[in-house]
Design a protein around this ligand. Structure first.
Ligand code: UGA
Length: 452
């Protein structure tokens, strides 16, 4: 099928590459011409495992352009995957979405096209996009009726495992009020739903994946599913962090508590890792947007609100624990292991490291840091923050009063701890992700403290 994707951010690019890989002819459009140029030359602006390899394989079916005229008129399906960044009120900024919808409407021809909201958009956006499309189309041509339908197809991919989540999803949700739109999207996703494509060698199909369930709903339900899923995951993490606070007081082990409750199949083991809490561009933005939508309807959502409060508190726990251990922070040197908001990405949006580094700097601490991938981006994004970036994890330790594990990159699990300890002023480590082997660290002479 012929597909157009508006926006080549995380979601748009991953979706485009995956759809091209399974055989569709995909036009990825971005208004940023330098980005289009770079992508056409195979240069990917984000760090995402295997994206470069899959793009190379999908290249014969992929086209990068900044021209709506080229991408839209022949497309059977148009995905809108533009950014919806938060505004100060928590409600998302819909400027890019409306620009995209208008431009699509101006270039659509009269044959049936499905326009799909892939961006996380407020409930009701489907109808709004539909009216923008119609207005833009009618301004241009009034003699032929617009044949289009709007659908919502939220994505559930995680950064760092975006391709795996797109090729082997837990489910595909399609919200459409018109049956024709569902039929088109069903055909589009069929190779994924039936898992009939040949899996790339570097992204093998997990044995447990057979067919993928398709959930077809009305527009508003699909839009709400996206917000509710992210809010639920966020509150699962905040819940274990709240229990972690109590565990610390009563002398319980939060990792074992998490395992113990997660083995209940009604609860499930995932997203119960305690620590400094969630970051990234999604949970914060989507929980804020959910609260903003609820407020529009005069509703209060205390559970979602509490998830945000607890998450904020986890960041303060780092400072509290360091104060408890070191008594005085002014004049100390503290090393951060990890800057990205999670491993396998270079994304620093709402990364706990940024907030924690600032809190420490505000208290007169000298901050050093390392990240296997995100350190260069950090330097570019925060040149004046005063964090000393080190090329190697071991260099961070030099002269430090404490290390804090912020991002659980695999390479941090097996560092030369004895060597690292010798370089520090005192061998103290705070494990912000409960990811290190505490006993091993203690054998290497460290005082090991968990943040929960
Ligand atoms: C999240 C959702 O998991 C995706 O399903 C969704 O599609 C995406 O948002 C989105 O809306 O675009 P993402 O933000 O990429 O994905 O990453 P997650 O793996 O969910 O991690 C989010 C944060 O939670 C990270 O900072 C991670 O370290 C933290 N986390 C995760 C915990 O603190 N504990 C856990 O047990 C799991």
């Amino acid at each position: 099928m012929r597909v157009a994707i508006i926006g080549t951010g995380y979601v748009g690019l991953t979706t485009g590459v995956c759809l091209a890989f399974i055989g569709h002819s995909v036009y990825c459009l971005d208004t940023d011409e330098s980005k289009v140029k770079a992508l056409s030359a195979g240069k990917i602006p984000i760090y995402e495992p295997y994206l470069e390899e899959l793009l190379e394989e999908a290249r014969p079916n992929l086209h990068f352009t900044s021209s709506y005229e080229e991408a839209i008129p022949d497309a059977e399906v148009v995905f809108i995957a533009v950014g919806t960044p938060p505004t100060p009120s928590g409600a998302p900024n819909l400027e890019y979405l409306s620009q995209a919808a208008r431009s699509i409407g101006q270039h659509m021809n009269c044959k049936f096209t499905v326009v799909v909201n892939k961006s996380t958009v407020p409930i009701g956006s489907g109808n709004w996009v539909g009216s923008l499309l119609r207005d833009a189309y009618e301004q241009r041509s009034t003699d032929r009726k617009l044949e289009s339908a709007v659908a919502s197809n939220p994505e559930f991919l995680r950064e760092g495992s975006a391709l795996h989540d797109s090729l082997y999803p837990d489910r595909i949700v399609i919200g459409a009020d018109e049956p024709r739109a569902l039929e088109v999207l069903y055909s589009l996703y069929r190779p994924i739903l039936d898992q009939t494509f040949t899996a790339p060698t570097y992204l093998p199909r997990p044995e447990s994946v057979g067919g993928v369930p398709l959930l077809s709903t009305d527009l508003a339900s699909a839009e709400l599913i996206k917000y509710a899923a992210n809010a639920f995951l966020a509150l699962k993490i905040s819940f274990i962090n709240e229990i972690g606070m109590l565990a610390g007081r009563v002398g319980a082990n939060i990792s074992e508590v998490g395992r113990g409750i997660g083995l209940d199949s009604r609860i499930g083991p995932r997203f119960l890792n305690a620590g400094i809490g969630w970051g990234g561009s999604c949970f914060g933005k989507d929980t804020a947007a959910l609260l903003a939508t609820a407020a529009e309807y005069g509703l209060h959502m205390p559970i979602v609100e509490a998830a945000r409060v607890v998450n904020k508190r986890q960041r303060d726990r780092v400072v509290e624990k360091l104060l408890a251990e070191l008594k005085i922070l002014k004049g100390r040197t503290i090393g951060l292991l990890g800057l990205a908001f999670k491993p396998n990405t270079d994304d620093l949006r709402e990364a706990p490291a940024v907030e924690i580094a600032q809190k420490l700097i505000d208290r007169g601490v000298r901050v050093k840091a390392h990240d296997p991938i995100a350190r260069h981006r950090f330097q570019a994004d925060h040149p004046n923050m005063g964090v000393q970036i080190c090329e190697r994890a071991t260099d961070v330790a030099e002269g430090c009063d404490a290390l804090v594990l912020i991002t659980e990159w695999n390479e941090y699990r097996d560092l030369e701890w004895e060597e690292i300890g010798k370089r520090m002023r005192q061998p103290l480590i705070l494990d912000g992700r409960l990811a290190l082997d505490g006993e091993k660290l203690e054998r290497a002479g460290f005082r090991y403290v968990e943040i929960s």
